[in-house]
Design a protein around this ligand. Structure first.
Ligand SMILES: Nc1nc2c(ncn2[C@@H]2O[C@H](COP(=O)(O)OP(=O)(O)OP(=O)(O)O)[C@@H](O)[C@H]2O)c(=O)[nH]1
Ligand SMILES: [Mg+2]
Length: 396
């Protein structure tokens, strides 16, 4: 079964004080008893993730978090784990306990939502414990909120409908090529099948470009680099050629005159901000010997990526500059909020959503540290960056 990659799912995180009923709502929304529910404060200690199809909206991942009013040393650690989730949140549900409302705690989190550009829905839970008069009063005071009892299935269905409505309104189309090419245009994808290509399949970025082309009625022709020259003779009026970066130089010689870019440039543009990454890469030329470079890799299990970040990029950079830089490596979802580096080089972030990547770019900006990514650095070091980004110059 082919599953939607986690990074392409809308991340919906549930926040609130301890005991407000976050885990109860989480279980009810996904329709499974996954998170532990109890009347002991602080039952949920680590974030709990569950992917699902929130129809008719689409693929999402719900995240249940630890209460934000936790106490003591362990409590602080739990709050930190919830706060890390904020960097990955596309949309938040804030759960109040209707009979024990703590606006101070909510207002504190609201600041974070604002900082990271997260839309949210306020939910007042446990309304079964309120008198009808108190419920009416609460509804008047919080006009945009949703009022539920997680014990009542109808309430939860209503909440889900409201959620779907808001998500649909918030949705911006995230496309790889659908916004640069009109319906009916023609694209050639160059996919080298060499020793680095996985056996029997096409790698995820390529699959995603194919799907995006199909979604937008863009005609796609897929060729190996070795058949490209012959293949182009069969095809007229190609609008764009997209190649694996490794083959860029060779492909560039063959496709003269046709706009050319690479899969990694398309992803840098979709998952982040091409202009920040390009500004970041320009800083390489002014790095001094021993400068501190953070290489940030978001997945921990992909050895070919690891090789690019840990071995290939440092080697090429040292060679280009003629001296050694000081590299530090961070893997997984950890990204420091205080940065003491001269440059951050981020992976292509196929395992992260756009929001997370944009947040990381903001953190770098706040710290005055330039950031770029693997695809852009490799294109720069191979001398193809200008050619691969020419077609996007107008939008920078
Ligand atoms: N009466 C009533 N009780 C509820 C409702 N929702 C949850 N509860 C109860 O409230 C208690 C806390 O629920 P949880 O879902 O564990 O709360 P939580 O916010 O996940 O709590 P922590 O994990 O400790 O942060 C449990 O005893 C639930 O059965 C509700 O709508 N009405
Ligand atoms: Mg819980």
């Amino acid at each position: 079964m082919i599953k939607t990659p986690l990074a392409n799912r809308t991340h919906i995180a549930i926040y609130g004080n301890r005991n407000s009923g976050k885990s109860s709502l989480f279980n009810k929304i996904i329709g499974q008893e996954i998170a532990i529910v109890s009347d002991v404060k602080g039952t949920t200690t680590d974030p709990v993730l569950k992917t699902m199809e929130l129809l008719p909206y689409g693929p999402v991942v719900f995240i249940d978090t630890a209460g934000l009013d936790d106490e003591g040393e362990l409590g602080e650690l739990r709050i930190k784990s919830s706060q890390k989730i904020i960097l990955r949140t596309d949309f938040a549900i804030y759960v109040h306990d209707s009979s024990n409302i703590d606006m101070q705690s909510f207002n504190k989190l609201k600041k974070q939502f604002k900082r990271f550009n997260i839309n949210y829905l306020e939910v007042f839970n446990k309304i079964d414990l309120l008198s009808p008069e108190n419920l009416e009063k609460l509804k008047k005071e919080h006009k945009n909120a949703v009022f539920v009892s997680s014990l009542n299935d109808k309430d939860v269905l209503y909440l889900k409908d409201e959620l779907i409505d808001i998500l649909r309104k918030n949705e911006e189309e995230e496309t790889l090529i659908g916004d640069i090419l009109p319906y009916g245009s023609k694209v050639v994808l160059v996919v080298p099948i060499d020793s680095e290509a996985p056996k029997g399949r096409i790698i995820l970025p390529q699959v995603q470009v194919i799907r995006d082309a199909l979604d937008h009625g863009i005609k796609t022709y897929i060729l190996r680099d070795t058949e490209l020259e012959e293949g182009l003779k069969d095809l007229d009026d190609i609008d764009l050629v997209i190649t694996d970066s490794q083959a860029f130089k060779e492909v560039s010689k063959i496709v003269k005159g046709i706009p050319l870019t690479s899969f990694s440039i398309l992803f840098a543009r979709q998952k982040g901000d091409l202009s920040s990454f390009e500004a970041g890469v320009e800083k390489i030329a002014s790095l001094k010997e021993g400068a501190r470079v953070l290489i940030s890799e978001s997945c921990t299990h992909n050895h070919s990526h690891e090789d690019i970040g840990r071995v290939k990029i440092p080697r090429l950079l040292n060679k280009k500059l003629g001296f050694e830089l000081n590299y530090e490596f961070k893997m997984g979802h950890d990204f420091p909020t205080e940065l003491d580096y001269d440059l951050v080089i981020h992976c292509g972030s196929c395992m992260l959503n756009k929001k997370t990547m944009l947040n990381r770019i903001s953190i770098c900006e706040e710290n005055g540290v330039p950031i770029t990514n693997y695809g852009i650095v490799l294109a720069y070091l191979n001398g193809i960056l200008d050619e691969a980004t020419t077609m996007f110059k107008g939008e920078l």
